[in-house]
Design a protein around this ligand. Structure first.
Ligand code: HMG
Ligand code: MG
Length: 300
């Protein structure tokens, strides 16, 4: 049976864009619930500027108080050395550096040019590896940029190559505004696969235009083995106006279960975590699978 890793980004990408941030204790309970689902990767916070992303300002308390399990990684975003120092102080196991091929997105998201972001990523990665952490590299706007429109696949592949060279164990390819379609997805993944090999790649698709599952299926056909998801479809980037949440963990699990692909993640327990976090946010999950399971349970 094929195996796919699910990398849950709900507590970070999912919550970073909330206008009324979730209470810190509720975040901790949310992550603890996720730790019981079989997930092996739960991105749990971001050591970014609280002026830029206020909803992540309590990542230090979150990392201190969650009940960590030995076989689960709890990565955090670290845009610069200040972020890495905090990540080390609060015993994060994985640092995530982030880049983009788009000069405009780089400026909006991290207040620096693409080359400056790469230089920061290099500095953070070097130091994190020295301190025994793993480093994951993100590339945003891999197909379209909210400010520069279409992105050339070779530009993404070049960045992926740079991030692997500096020591990132995996590169997560972000369709930040969720406007990619399967053909474009395949062109982008093929270029990156040629540059760094498929085993170094993960996909991170937002679902703004409802294309994420189709794009994931297209990526699976190219042997992608790691998929970033977010319970209930939580998420969005504050610097990508209009972008909706990540593809819902429930929707991806339901599709993979139907394909006989093993993930080790329990769909019912994910629905419980989804119910918990959305009840605290006062909304219903956008996941179609969540709604269908909930309706079925209510009928029985
Ligand atoms: P800056 O304002 O240019 O930073 O921000 P600076 O170096 O000029 O410092 C200014 C102040 O910020 C100083 O404080 C620093 O100490 C402080 P002051 O002296 O004024 O009191 N500062 C920090 N504080 C806490 N943590 C830090 C930090 N660094 C500086 N790490 C910076 C530059 C990169 C920090 C800022 O632009 C930032 O935090 N950006 C992050 C934006 C972000 O988190 N975006 C969302 C995540 S990315 C995403 O969602 C995409 C992804 O999901 C993939 C996809 O979907 O495509 C990953
Ligand atoms: Mg994202």
């Amino acid at each position: 049976m094929t195996e796919i890793s699910i990398y849950e980004v709900g507590p970070r990408d999912g919550l970073q864009n909330e206008n009324i941030p979730l209470d810190t204790n509720e975040k901790i309970s949310f992550i603890n619930l996720l730790s019981e689902t079989g997930l092996k990767f739960i991105e749990s916070g971001a050591f970014v500027s609280p002026k830029w992303v206020p909803a992540m300002a309590d990542s230090n308390i979150v990392l201190t108080k969650i009940k960590r399990k030995e076989d689960i990684m709890y990565p955090v975003l670290t845009p610069n050395i200040k972020g890495l120092d905090d990540a080390l102080k609060y015993n994060a196991d994985t640092a995530c550096v982030f880049t983009t091929p788009s000069e405009s997105f780089s400026k909006k998201n991290t207040n620096c040019s693409v080359n400056e972001a790469l230089a920061r990523a290099r500095e953070v990665t070097k130091e994190a590896l020295l301190k025994g952490m793993k480093v994951r590299g993100y590339i945003s706007t891999v197909m379209f940029c909210p400010y520069e429109n279409e992105i050339e696949p070779l530009k993404v592949a070049k960045l992926a190559e740079e991030l692997v060279k500096m020591g990132c164990y995996e590169i997560s390819l972000g369709d930040t505004i969720g406007s990619g379609t399967p053909l474009k997805t395949k062109q982008m993944i093929k270029a990156c696969k040629e540059a760094v090999g498929i085993e170094k790649l993960a996909i991170h698709f937002h679902d703004t235009y409802g294309q994420a599952l189709a794009n994931i299926l297209a990526s699976l056909e190219l042997d992608i083995k790691v998929i970033d998801t977010s319970v209930g479809g939580l998420g969005g980037c504050p610097y990508a106006p209009g972008a909706k949440g990540n593809v819902a963990t429930e929707d991806v699990l339901f599709m993979l279960n139907g394909m006989g692909v093993s993930t080790g993640v329990d769909l019912d327990k994910i629905c419980d975590a989804s119910k918990f976090v959305f009840s605290k946010l006062g909304r219903t999950p956008s996941s179609r699978v969540y709604s269908a399971i909930e309706a079925k349970n209510n009928r029985n």
